[in-house]
Design a protein around this ligand. Structure first.
Ligand code: ATP
Ligand code: MG
Length: 157
């Protein structure tokens, strides 16, 4: 279940977000079944949320939305960080690439997180998009094959 997977990832990042007094909101359609490796895809969402928390300021807010779109689930992670300017937009998915050494060194990390996300969605027949207005935060959207969860009809007798 896609929404549950996202909620699990958010729970793992909860204490990190609390330390920065950030508000993390997860919402969306509870009736979507992902087609793909659950643990790998959960790790992808964890990596995206880790970045959202890490690069958003103290008191910032993070929103995650899960919705069904034809035959995919779109998981959208929106943060309130500095955003990623257009010249870096493709490169951030490369291994070890970090936008600003001075800024990111203080944060720690290896520069592998997004390359793992990209690999994780590709091996599950999905895709990833990044939309960002510098100064306005980032929105990462991953799309993975999915179907609407069927609920069994209740028998009345
Ligand atoms: P790691 O994830 O391995 O701990 P990292 O976060 O530096 O290290 P990636 O997750 O691959 O590495 O991200 C690559 C770079 O893209 C980051 O160093 C940062 O400069 C930029 N970046 C990633 N996510 C965001 C974001 N949500 N807001 C602003 N910049 C980001
Ligand atoms: Mg990262």
């Amino acid at each position: 279940n896609a929404l549950e997977l996202v909620q699990e990832a958010a729970t793992l990042l909860e204490s990190l977000a609390e330390e920065k007094q950030q508000n993390v909101v997860v919402e969306g359609n509870p009736s979507i079944t992902l087609w793909g490796d659950r643990l790998i895809l959960r790790q992808a969402v964890i990596n995206l949320l880790d970045n959202a928390v890490k690069y958003s300021p103290v008191g910032g807010s993070i929103r995650v939305d899960v919705c069904f779109d034809v035959d995919t689930v779109a998981i959208e992670i929106q943060d309130s960080g500095p955003g990623i300017s257009v010249e870096h937009r493709e490169k951030v998915f490369e291994r070890f690439y970090r936008v600003d050494e001075a800024r990111t060194r203080a944060e720690g990390g290896t520069g592998l997180g997004l390359s793992i996300v990209k690999w994780a969605v590709l091996v599950n027949a999905g895709s990833i998009d990044l939309v960002s207005e510098p100064g306005e935060g980032c929105t990462f959207t991953i799309r993975i094959p999915a179907s609407k969860t069927h609920t069994l009809p209740h028998k009345s007798s």
